[in-house]
Design a protein around this ligand. Structure first.
Ligand SMILES: *[C@@H]1O[C@H](CO)[C@@H](O)[C@H](O)[C@H]1NC(C)=O
Ligand SMILES: *[C@@H]1O[C@H](CO)[C@@H](O)[C@H](O)[C@H]1NC(C)=O
Ligand SMILES: *[C@@H]1O[C@H](CO)[C@@H](O)[C@H](O)[C@H]1NC(C)=O
Ligand SMILES: *[C@@H]1O[C@H](CO)[C@@H](O)[C@H](O)[C@H]1NC(C)=O
Ligand SMILES: *[C@@H]1O[C@H](CO)[C@@H](O)[C@H](O)[C@H]1NC(C)=O
Length: 172
């Protein structure tokens, strides 16, 4: 009787662990950003623009440079964009796509493993991003990286202070 109980509880334990793994699914950029909790605006923007696949593909190997919600809000207020105008911008899917693709590189970049100096990486929008690593820290197009190398499966998230804006794209 005791043995049966032990087998049964072991079995329940395995079922439980399996269920957790199954429900959690694979780790993606989206799942890591959601777990961090302060990136809902970026996720909503990607969803709105129909390019959430950029963030939720478990087999992707990429790097996303993104501000948190506060950093995004700061970017908009630096550009003198108020709440109503921000909602209008959210409806411009062409613009949203440009912004999010510019912050994504189709390879995994570990800032810790980069040598000091200047590096160029092609954004998924096309234009290069310039990454500088020096004694002050790491910077992408002069924007400070405030949290380096957040792993998301085989991808990396680099949290930056404000939003990257592509050359020749005007937000207003
Ligand atoms: C949407 O964004 C694109 C690309 O930045 C811009 O060319 C276009 O004028 C914007 N459209 C509207 C309606 O603001
Ligand atoms: C990203 O890179 C992979 C291989 O490194 C390639 O197969 C894929 O087509 C690229 N995706 C885009 C959108 O460029
Ligand atoms: C991007 O950077 C790479 C590597 O430094 C360089 O070879 C390439 O010419 C650059 N591309 C553009 C469009 O500036
Ligand atoms: C490091 O690079 C950043 C961005 O280019 C620059 O603002 C900063 O002054 C540099 N720090 C040093 C010590 O050179
Ligand atoms: C969120 O971003 C802001 C602006 O970049 C930064 O000051 C703040 O420390 C970030 N919050 C967290 C929890 O990292």
């Amino acid at each position: 009787m005791k043995a049966i109980c032990q087998v049964r509880s072991l079995c329940l334990l395995y079922c439980f662990l399996f269920c957790i793994a199954f429900v959690n699914g694979a780790t993606t950029i989206e799942s890591v950003l959601k777990a961090k909790g302060d990136f809902s605006d970026i996720i909503d923007g990607a969803s709105e623009a129909g390019i959430l696949s950029l963030y939720n593909n478990p087999s992707a190997t990429e790097t996303v440079f993104t501000p948190n919600n506060t950093g995004l809000m700061n970017t908009l207020s630096d550009l003198n964009i108020g709440a109503i105008q921000a909602l209008q911008l959210l409806q411009n899917h062409t613009l949203l796509k440009q912004l999010l693709l510019y912050g994504t590189v189709n390879e995994s970049i570990s800032v810790a493993s980069l040598s000091s100096g200047t590096h160029h990486f092609p954004s998924m929008l096309g234009p290069n991003l310039t990454l500088v690593k020096n004694s002050t820290g790491a910077f992408v197009n002069d924007i400070p990286v405030i949290e380096e190398d957040v792993a998301a499966g085989s991808s990396e998230i680099q949290v930056i202070e404000t939003l990257l804006i592509p050359p020749n794209v005007h937000i207003s």
